[in-house]
Structures are given as C-alpha cells and as structure tokens.
Design a protein around this ligand. Structure first.
Ligand code: ADP
Ligand code: MG
Length: 355
C-alpha cells in the first residue's frame, strides 16, 4: 500500500485561508487521524487530496504518483482514492450486494471476480449475512458499514474518512472503530480519518495530526501527544488543560496576577526551554486533590461539581475565571458541597514560551 505525502498545501476561499502551508503524511498501511475544532480545515484537506478542492500551492502525492502540484492536477476519478462521509450515501433501491458491487461494475470488472470481491468486502465489515437485504431495512450503523464496504471494494490506494463515524451512537461507533483498525492491520490500507472527537482520534490514529485555523499544530503518536503536547492549544484542546498566563524565571512559574506559582522542578517544557512570558498548561494528569491549607505548588480553589468516569471521577473546581479538572482515584474522598474550599496539588505542568 502506498503512503500519502502532502507538502506546503495552501487552500483559500476568497479572503479566507482554509489551509496554510500544510505538511502532512500518512505512512503506508497506517491510519492518520486528523482532529481539530470545527472550521479548522479538516474537510478541506480531504477534499484537496480527493481532487474536489484546488490548492493555490503545494504538492500531494500517493506512493510515486503525483496527484497535484508541479503542473499536475489529476481529476478525482483518476486519483485512485475512496471517500466515506458522515451520512452514508447508499442507494435504497439496490440490495447491499449490488450497492457494494457498483464501483466494480463501473470499472468493468467481470462478474465472477466481482462476486468474489463483494463477498470479501462484506465479510470485512461483518455484513456477509445481510448481502441480499435492502439498505432501508438496516440500522444506521449497518448502512455505514455498507458505505465502507463500497469504499474498499475497489481497493483504493488511500481511504479518506470524513467524520464517517460521527453520526453513529455508541456502542455502534466503538465497534466501527475496531473495523477500521482491523482494515488497516489486515489489508494494510492507508487511511486518513477526520474527526472532531479527540478520544476517537487518539483511539484510532497510529499518528494524530491536530489542526487549528488551517495550520498544523502537531502530528505525533498518541502517547507523544499525551506526554508532550507541543503547544498550549494542543494541551487545551486534547487534554482539557487549564491555561494560565505568567512568566518563568529561575524560581519557576508565576501567574500574571501573582496568585499561582509553581516550582521549576514541576515544569515540563515540551516546546523547548522557557524563560520570560509564558503560558502554563495544567492537564488533569498533573493535578491531585489536597487539603485547602497553603503549601508549595498548591492552588486554592472552590468545588463546583464532579463527573463519574469508569477509571476515576473528575472533580471540577474553579478559581476566579479558571476552571480545573482534577482526577479523583476510586475510593478517595471527594468534596460534595458546592463552593467548598479545596486544595489542588500540582505535580507537573507544561510551560510554553510566548512567541
Ligand atoms: P472542518 O472540516 O475542520 O470543520 P472545513 O475544512 O470545512 O473545516 O472549513 C475550513 C474553513 O474553510 C472554514 O472557515 C470554512 O468556513 C471555510 N470553507 C470551507 N468550504 C468553503 C467554501 N466552499 N467556501 C467558502 N469557505 C469555505
Ligand atoms: Mg468537516
């Protein structure tokens, strides 16, 4: 299976820069998850790759084939890609089998070979037993599997998924995540999976690219995004970090209002050494509940509410405008009275220089 490499891609809509100098790669046979807030340019990137949007500059290639750039601009049907959207576009008047066979029929694949490949694609998405049914008798999740089978049956070089799971409810969505991972592992399919859902991006992507306002913020393995978010934006967007502006000097971090300080030994600087104006990003994993009393590296706050989670509760506290999310291990006491004073011990905070 080929890799996909995009370099310096710019897409403009009139005055709006939808993508700016975007460099992205999906390794051969791997899944690149693309995540970012609404309007960050995720769909525009997929559309540029598919040939529906024309970049003003940049190059896009799949394996050794140039799709765009250096004087080349292949039409969508010659790019050898498949795309799946949020809302399945399956034909209600055709059987599941005929829906999936359609791309092969158009490509002139002989009937015997067609039957074999349709059966194989339906097995892959676990729909073999429903081949004779009409899509309008299926559930939304099953119809989305039909769309997926139709997208892979022609063996595309790269599969592009634009919020393909976003309209599905859990646990259907979780089971489709597994289907995508299996597709990648068993068939070595190269995929770009666009989603606005952070957990989904981290769960599915071999690598995860974070976009904001048409620019790439970071692209890395999920573990790296957890341990070294590359900017305050990534820490805030992916990890619900509390962002605090201030400065870093020899003693550590001090907030602009002087109310929060953190010793230098607690600071991690993923974007390089920091001195001077900085943003402190406090991710839940670096916070622990403590007594309200004053202590070094402790923040005083008020209890707001808490959320249940399978592995731990998350306690939400506030200090002025700032909101903190603190994991509370099972069995530990959590505050219950709204407005109650709590202490937050900071074991680790990310700092980023102001550019
Ligand atoms: P996402 O998929 O991340 O939500 P999009 O790629 O759809 O974001 O959009 C990126 C930006 O480009 C947004 O500001 C959006 O309003 C703009 N945009 C997208 N398509 C068009 C278009 N056809 N005409 C004008 N602006 C567009
Ligand atoms: Mg979109």
């Amino acid at each position: 299976m080929p890799d996909l490499v995009a370099r310096g891609v710019d897409v403009r809509f009139g005055e709006t820069a939808a993508l700016t100098s975007l460099d992205l790669e999906a390794g051969a046979g791997s899944i690149l998850a693309l995540v970012g807030p609404s309007g960050s340019g995720k769909s525009t990137f997929l559309r540029a790759v598919a040939g529906f949007e024309r970049p003003t500059s940049g190059t896009i290639r799949v394996g050794d084939r140039h799709l765009f750039g250096d004087g080349v601009n292949l039409p969508p049907e010659q790019r050898g890609l498949s795309m799946v959207f949020q809302h399945h576009a399956v034909w209600p008047h055709m059987s599941v089998r005929d829906n999936v066979a359609y791309p092969l029929k158009r490509a002139g694949v002989p009937a015997a070979q067609r039957r074999e490949r349709v059966a194989e694609a339906l097995e892959t998405v676990e729909l073999g037993h429903l081949a004779g049914r009409r899509p309008d008798t299926l559930s939304g999740g099953q119809r989305q599997r039909v769309a997926l089978a139709r997208a892979i049956v022609a063996r595309p070089g790269v599969l592009l998924l634009d919020e393909a799971l976003s309209a599905l409810d859990e646990p259907l969505r979780a089971s489709l995540r597994l289907v995508l991972r299996r597709l990648s592992a068993e068939q070595g399919l190269t995929m770009i999976h666009v989603t606005h859902d952070r957990d989904e991006a981290l769960a599915i992507g071999d690598r995860v690219a974070v976009l904001n306002r048409g620019r790439l913020m970071q692209c890395a393995e999920p573990e790296i995004l957890d341990s070294h978010p590359g900017s305050a934006f990534v820490a805030g967007f992916l990890h619900d970090a509390t962002l605090i502006t201030g400065r870093v000097d020899a003693d550590g971090f001090r907030s602009a209002d002087g109310g929060i300080s953190l010793g230098g030994d607690r600071l991690v600087a993923p974007a390089g050494a920091v001195e001077g104006p900085a943003t402190l990003a406090l991710v839940p994993g670096g916070l622990a509940l403590a007594n309200p009393g004053a202590a070094p590296d402790r923040i005083g706050a008020e209890f707001l509410t808490s959320l249940y989670g399978r592995s731990e509760r998350t306690v939400i506290c506030r200090r002025g405008e700032l909101e903190f999310r603190i994991p509370a291990p099972p069995g530990g006491a959590t505050p219950t009275v709204v407005g109650e004073s709590v202490g937050i011990d900071v074991t680790r905070g990310f700092v980023y220089p102001h550019s």
